[in-house]
Design a protein around this ligand. Structure first.
Ligand code: A3P
Length: 296
């Protein structure tokens, strides 16, 4: 039985040709005028790229590997999502962020051109995490099926088409990853890849430590790797969104912590879908130095 929440289509509205929810667009002035601080940390990504995983790693680093401290609150309370109103809280993410004591860590899915300008002005550090397009599309499709506050995805074929044309929330994946990539040499941005984190979490955690100018013992780093591994995070009710009310995410359709692997697209894309996707991909990604691995 489908929950009533899923029978209503989510209202969307563009800001500068990027599809956002109507709520975000209606609130755009406050989002755009958000005041960042130099000692803030922003975790930015296209949806389904390993944001929550990065958030957990960062929180563990900031709390010197203290698991209890990292379970002090839900992910979206510890690190507010700037442009979105967290469904279980009464105020939007940016209002939550405004109430937080410094140093603050926040999350955004905004494409680079829509980031509130105060982040550039204050030279705030940003960690960007990116993931290969096909795995993002599959993960986004499954979450859209299960999450009532995202637009209905249609069939996988229809969703892939929307994804390729950037007709999904937060816009085009291609523009998002390239936009942030182009900005990374002009601003303190650490650009990470989901696939690298899967393959060698220690190395990527060390990059984050260096970026945050922090030093942790080998023992604590190993503890962080363990507690932020997919299986352990999946069991942690404070990490991710699997404890969210069924009216928001229907876990019988799909979990938030779904598979956590690289290359799951192969279980979903048909050969012809994959060929069509690759051809379009080549055109969209022509001329960039940014490359992705869709298997490891
Ligand atoms: P899948 O749907 O492919 O499983 P985001 O946080 O940006 O929304 O990304 C969610 C994706 O990251 C989901 O992908 C989720 O399972 C995966 N993920 C979350 N935590 C992870 C972890 N600790 N290790 C690997 N993947 C993780």
């Amino acid at each position: 039985q489908v929950s009533k929440a899923f029978l209503q289509e989510v209202q969307v509205k563009e800001i500068n040709a990027v599809l956002l929810t109507k709520g975000m667009s209606d609130n755009w002035e406050s989002i755009w005028n958000f005041q960042a601080k130099p000692n803030d940390l922003l975790i930015a990504s296209y949806p389904k790229s390993g944001t929550t995983w990065t958030q957990e790693i960062v929180d563990m680093i900031q709390n010197d590997g203290d698991v209890r401290k990292c379970q002090r609150a839900y992910t979206y309370v510890r690190q507010p999502h700037l442009e979105w109103k967290p469904w279980l809280l009464s105020t939007p993410g940016l209002e939550e962020a405004e109430k937080m004591p410094s140093p603050r860590t926040m999350k955004t899915h905004l494409p680079v051109q829509l980031l509130p300008p105060s982040f550039w002005k204050e030279n705030t550090k940003i960690i960007y995490v990116a993931r290969n397009a096909k795995d993002v599309a599959v993960s986004y499709y499954h979450l859209s099926r299960a999450m009532s506050v995202l637009p209905r995805p249609g069939t996988l074929d229809e969703f892939i088409d929307k994804f390729m044309n950037g007709r999904v929330l937060w816009g085009s994946w291609y523009d998002h990853v390239k936009g942030w990539w182009n900005k990374k040499d002009k601003h303190p941005i650490l650009y990470l890849f989901y696939e690298d984190m899967k393959e060698n979490p220690k190395q990527e955690i060390q990059k984050i430590l260096k970026f945050l100018e922090k030093d942790l013992s080998e023992e604590i780093i190993n503890k962080i790797i363990y507690h932020t591994s997919f299986d352990i995070m999946k069991q942690n009710p404070m990490a991710g969104y699997d404890t969210i009310h069924i009216n928001i995410i229907d876990h019988s359709i799909s979990s938030f912590m779904r598979k956590g692997i690289t290359g799951d697209w192969k279980n979903h894309f048909t050969v012809s879908q994959s060929e069509k996707f690759d051809e379009h991909y080549k055109k969209k990604m022509a001329g960039t130095t940014l490359t992705f691995r869709s298997e490891i």
